[in-house]
Design a protein around this ligand. Structure first.
Ligand code: PLP
Length: 442
């Protein structure tokens, strides 16, 4: 018998409601919670709340629990490392797990030359390290990033982020020298063109307009780019986008930094999403799915670029031994089948959503790669008016039926389950999502 969600109390249930009241008093109000889930335990793609309600999780803790909640082999690796060495600080001492993981990540990175790895605790820290290394190496002050990009919330990473105004309000001045440009969002082309007739004009515009008017290209240290935009709406650029952009960057000695924090570690059906585009960036920021839920960020860079001197950058907790062991086991599981499963189940999920799109006028666009999939909701397929309220209502309706979903962009819903999800679980997700959509949009 296939497992199904089980909602046995009103939501939130009595225990959840009590904890949420406490949270309101003591926890920072800066967090955004879409619905009142108070998680107690998880296994695979299933999460149980504190009142015993069972939910099918298509969020994986924001695309983090790549191997599923509490994969027994990951838990065992964590336990065994925790009993041996919890912390030593890789900034001042050597220990096995950090060195071995660096070697493993270097072997996975796509380019042929040598590679080195810097360890932090989060996606923002990985991006922050890339930002600093790009300046250190090039001695250039300017950087390019994209509208819709999310690179994190520390001051450097936030300066590269251009996702939502609320993330920046009252925090200025940010790090200077960053220019944001339009991403290849073909469903809503910022230049009002159509692919492929456009010939990826959004890249050509950089040379034709930007580099001729406001940004001297020889002063640009790096282009920061998500292979597939994540928080911005799971936006997949056309196949030539990265190749063209990379060529432009190389022409002027600009570093190409791929932010693979959300798209990496197998999620798109390849270990790194940039592999779909045939581009080898000089640096790659990793986090989220890398350690199945343990905090870890990594910056993998070409070793001829990661040449900063001792003392120029470090973090006490970065590359924690327990997180590194969790990452080693995670990568092992990814290589032994989960990356492939992400590709197969991703195609299955996409097919299912496309079928639903035939029934629901509000599903304007269905897009993604592997298990990084989104539906963009519109009021009308012709005008493409964003259906922001419907989006939120569908997520809430799905929650009440026992399916956990998250939004991305203004009016999209993302589907980013653990990479071990099976087709029965996808069928359940599709069925609940379809019901919730019908309920909200009629
Ligand atoms: N980069 C990308 C592409 C992300 O999606 C995120 C988080 O959503 C980050 C960076 C920041 O990661 P963290 O929240 O771990 O700092």
């Amino acid at each position: 018998m296939e497992r199904l969600p089980k909602i046995r109390t009103p939501l939130p249930g009595p225990r959840a409601a009590k904890l949420i009241e406490l949270d309101k008093t003591y926890v920072s109000p800066s967090y955004t919670r879409s619905y009142p889930l108070v998680a107690e335990k998880g296994s695979g793609v299933w999460v149980e709340d504190v009142d015993g309600n069972a939910f099918l999780d298509f969020t994986a803790g924001i695309a983090v629990c790549s191997t599923g909640h509490c994969h027994p082999e990951v838990v065992e690796a964590i336990k065994s490392q925790a009993a041996k060495l919890l912390h030593m600080s890789g900034t001042d001492f050597y220990y096995t797990s950090q060195i071995v993981l660096a070697e493993k990540l270097a072997s996975l990175a796509p380019w042929n030359s040598g590679k080195r790895v810097y360890f932090g605790n989060s996606g923002a820290e990985a991006v922050e390290a890339a930002f600093k290394l790009a300046r250190w190496y090039t001695k250039r002050e300017l950087n390019l990033a994209f509208f819709g990009a999310f690179h994190g919330r520390t001051m450097g990473a936030l300066s590269l982020t251009a996702s939502k105004t609320i993330q920046k309000r009252h925090y200025n001045p940010l790090v200077p020298g960053i220019t944001h440009i339009p991403y290849a969002y073909c469903y809503r082309c910022p230049y009002n063109l159509r692919y492929p007739g456009c010939d990826v004009a959004c890249v050509q515009w950089i040379e034709d307009a930007l580099f001729r008017t406001t940004m001297p290209p020889e002063e640009i240290a790096a282009i920061f780019v998500e292979p597939i935009q994540g928080e911005g709406g799971y936006i997949v650029p056309p196949p030539e986008f990265h190749e063209r952009l990379y060529k432009t960057a190389k022409k002027y000695g600009i570093l190409y930094v791929a932010d693979e924090v959300q798209s990496g570690m197998g999620r798109t059906g390849k270990m790194f999403a940039m592999e779909h585009f045939g581009v080898e960036p000089e640096m790659m920021a990793l986090a989220k799915g890398i350690a199945s839920g343990m905090p870890l960020g990594a910056l993998v860079a070409r070793s001829d670029i990661m040449v900063w001197e001792a003392g120029s950058h470090a973090s006490t907790f970065g590359g924690n031994p327990v997180s590194c062991q969790a990452a080693m086991k995670t990568i092992d599981l990814l290589e032994k089948g989960l990356v492939k499963n992400a590709q197969i189940q991703g195609e299955y999920l996409m097919r299912g959503l496309r079928e639903l799109q035939g029934e629901h006028e509000c599903m304007g666009d269905v897009r993604g790669k592997g298990l990084m999939v989104a539906v963009e909701l519109v009021k009308d397929r012709e005008t493409k008016e964003p259906a922001c309220k419907w989006r939120n209502e569908i997520i809430t309706a799905a929650f009440k039926k026992g399916l956990l979903l998250l939004g991305c962009g203004e009016n999209s819903i993302r589907f980013c389950p653990a990479l071990m999800v099976n087709s029965h679980e996808i069928d359940t997700c599709l069925s609940i999502f379809g019901e919730a959509t019908k309920e909200v949009t009629g």
